[in-house]
Ligand binder design. Structure first.
Ligand SMILES: C[S@@+](CC[C@H](N)C(=O)[O-])C[C@H]1O[C@@H](n2cnc3c(N)ncnc32)[C@H](O)[C@@H]1O
Length: 259
């Protein structure tokens, strides 16, 4: 069985190399991430142009990939963990770049969609990561994030209970540091400062799935949108198109087209 070294500090990014063989184990420590990835993909619009690119910031083992099939994107992952990147490639992610989400090694405005799932709660400055996500997002493109808020209930459920109770799928001990859980208003402000107005919604377990899951009759617990953002939440928004870019496009539009 794969374990995280007991000498690791909480939130040590090296744990993702050590646990890389767990990404696609439906009974493993990352199982709930695949449930969240499905909800993340639900917020990704179908591509509206050819050669559209989706950048998956902190892609891990590529759990988002199967849910993007048919949406029309080249799926580019960025992650610090080389082992996870190899797993992501093996599971269909088109390209994986080893890199730090604090300094994403990609050009300005190269992406039609940027996702940052379950990673903002692992960095000391999520506003900086949001700024990076917005930098690589083209105007008119969509930003999709999901993370854990800085609430007492999130700390209780996600650290105290999920890391310690003998649950069917258990979070790796020390994988989170509650001091890094994300302030929702600060996140919205950070995105707005870079042209993206984020709409937040919570994710909650479908209660009727829980007994079946606990008694091994269901492989997963479905997550559904909720107004309660206090345990787990998503944010989605479109990057503002600059006025100068809009007037440039309008000037090039042939006469007689458009209103
Ligand atoms: C909880 S996992 C989420 C993975 C994936 N987004 C998902 O939801 O399945 C966090 C991921 O962040 C990556 N990570 C942590 N710190 C990072 C950093 N500074 N830059 C890039 N990736 C980082 C880890 O390697 C890991 O793959």
């Amino acid at each position: 069985m794969t374990t995280v070294s007991s000498t690791r500090i909480p939130n040590d990014p090296r744990q993702y190399d050590e646990l890389a063989d767990q990404w696609w184990n439906p009974e493993g420590t990352f199982a709930s991430l695949s449930w969240i990835a499905r909800c993340r993909a639900a917020l990704v619009p179908t591509a509206t142009r050819e050669n559209a690119v989706l950048v998956d910031v902190a892609c891990g083992g590529g759990l988002l990939h199967p849910h993007l099939v048919g949406k029309g994107y080249t799926h580019v992952g960025v992650d610090l963990s080389a082992e996870s990147g190899r797993v992501a490639r093996a599971h269909g992610v088109d390209q994986v770049i080893r890199g730090d989400m604090n300094r994403i090694p990609l050009a300005n405005e190269c992406a039609d969609v940027v996702t940052a799932g379950q990673c903002l709660e692992h960095v000391t400055d999520p506003a900086r990561v949001i700024a990076e996500c917005c930098r690589i997002l083209r105007p008119g493109g969509t930003l999709v994030v999901d993370t854990i808020p800085d609430t007492a209930i999130a700390r209780l459920l996600i650290i105290t209970l999920a890391e310690n109770l003998p649950l069917r799928v258990k979070a790796p001990k020390g994988c989170h540091d509650h001091r890094l859980f994300v302030n929702r208003a600060g996140l919205v402000r950070a995105a707005a400062a870079h042209g993206v107005s984020l709409r937040l919604q919570g994710l909650a377990p479908k209660l009727s799935d829980i007994p079946g899951f606990l008694f091994h009759r269901r492989p997963e617990i479905r997550l559904i949108p909720s107004r309660n953002t206090s345990v787990l939440f998503q944010g989605v928004g479109v990057k503002r198109v600059r006025a100068d870019a809009r007037s440039h496009r309008e000037a090039r539009r042939p006469a007689g087209i458009g209103g």
